[in-house]
Write a protein that binds this ligand. Structure first.
Ligand code: PMT
Length: 414
């Protein structure tokens, strides 16, 4: 984890019940040596007092755009320039809408327009407000503008409902901040090789399974170990690429020089990919992303009822991350995997077309000696007008061969 010592963080607290958790976040940040300044909106002050945040941050709280005293000390333009990172936490639906549409009529919105510091948004709201098309449109606008979106989490909410919209816990926000600074640090401290087929390329890769929560103790998942994706990340780094690895839950060590972002569910994975896709030249979707997730996540452990021998769990489709990446403008050179148990070549070619990608690697997962959770693999790669088969080899060796092929196909595409 990156050191947070001497980082300058501007927290913007907007109106929401989760605002009561921000003093804890400020306290933890200061424990790590981070300098924190706080801005509050009018709505935030309905939930928590400026005095509390002043006490924990050790600085006066800023809350007014037109306050002569504040402008005489540290004015809003100076605040906007001062921060290494701005975190809007909690970000209400209204704050997200105002940010997405470029308002400049209060301190919060003006600061966010007047800065070139990265801005992270930590949503917190009722599940229906979060899933409302207007909010989702606004979140997409923010992502497209390069804002980082951290969360929301799923679970029981202050209003008594259960679903997506909960603010991440202070410890999780702290981790996101550390990962953010870690990413910038590792890009500078662990340079990729200065030569190699992918020298100068930025490569984003997903690996491992996703977990889709049913209740606090159960989830839907699959047998992916992450070995193939981690081996590809290592081989791409060795070939000179700057690699970001978005990893589902797996216990493998991070390959040297690779920046890792850990996620749990498919929606977490999509968010992380959206946050890091901006500069990617090449995207590889090696993760075994769950195609569906439960519609409702129970807030408490689901209990067996006497006399009931069946349980029905309604599922909803997850976003297709690979197809989403390939549909961006401009899109990176996009590579997918196809895990199939039969009719492998046909299904793989169909996915190549349907997902609009440049290369697909077909994996016959009916044989337990290759594919999921094995040390070896055997694959065939397909592209629009060609194919290449690879004999059984360790995933590390195969990854080197696949990275060779990917770099050749990428070169020809530009
Ligand atoms: O992790 P290991 O144990 O080493 O195993 C490696 C592997 C078998 C998981 C890997 O080689 C592999 O085949 N990964 C893709 C598994 C998969 O989910 O395949 P799929 O046919 O369901 O998906 C096709 C492609 O779309 C994949 O690139 C997948 O990452 C992507 N996808 C799928 C669904 C979804 N919602 N979003 C996606 O991006």
């Amino acid at each position: 984890m990156a050191s947070l010592s001497n980082r300058k963080l501007l927290l913007i607290v907007t109106g929401g019940i989760a605002a009561y958790k921000t003093p804890e976040l400020v306290r933890r940040l200061r424990d790590h040596g981070t300098e924190v300044r706080v801005v509050m909106t009018k709505g935030a002050k309905a939930f928590i007092t400026p005095l509390t945040l002043q006490a924990v941050s050790g600085h006066p709280v800023h809350d007014d755009l037109l306050d002569p005293a504040a402008e005489a000390a540290m004015g809003h333009i100076e605040l906007a320039r001062w921060a290494d990172l701005i975190v809007v936490v909690p970000a209400s639906a209204s704050a997200i809408a105002r940010l997405a549409h470029g308002f400049a009529d209060d301190l919060f919105s003006t600061l966010c327009l007047a800065t070139d510091a990265p801005i992270a948004v930590v949503p917190a709201m009722n599940r229906l407000m979060w899933s409302a098309p207007a909010t989702q449109r606004n979140v997409e606008l923010l992502r497209a503008d390069g804002k980082l979106i951290w969360g929301p989490a799923e679970g029981s909410q202050a209003c008594g409902e259960v679903g997506a919209g909960r603010m991440l816990e202070p410890s999780q926000i702290l981790e996101q901040i550390q990962t953010f600074f870690g990413n910038t640090t590792s890009l500078h401290s662990e340079p990729a090789a200065t030569s190699g087929a992918l020298h100068g390329c930025q490569l984003l890769i997903t690996a491992g399974p996703t977990r889709e929560a049913i209740d606090p103790v159960r989830y839907l998942s699959n047998h992916s170990s992450g070995k193939m994706g981690f081996a590809l990340a290592a081989a791409a780094h060795a070939a000179g690429a700057q690699v970001t690895l978005v990893a589902g839950p797996c216990s493998l060590a991070t390959p040297n020089g690779v920046t890792r972002v850990d996620v749990t569910s498919a929606t977490d994975m999509q968010r992380a990919v959206a946050e890091h896709i901006g500069h990617a030249d090449i995207f590889i979707g090696c993760a075994a992303v769950a195609d569906f997730r439960p519609v409702q996540v129970a807030g408490q452990k689901m209990k067996k009822s006497q006399g009931e021998d069946h349980m029905v769990i309604e599922l909803v489709k997850n976003p297709d991350i690979l197809a989403w990446v390939a549909a961006q403008t401009p899109a990176p050179f996009s590579v997918g995997f196809a895990a199939e148990t039969h009719d492998v070549a046909n299904y793989a070619k169909e996915k190549l077309q349907r997902k609009g990608i440049q290369l697909i690697i077909a994996n016959d997962v009916s044989d337990p000696a290759i594919g999921f959770n094995s040390d070896d693999n055997t694959v065939t790669a397909y592209w629009a007008d060609g194919e290449q088969s690879f004999a059984t080899a360790s995933k590390e060796r195969l990854a080197e061969q696949l990275i060779d092929l990917i770099s050749q196909r990428y070169e020809q595409s530009i």
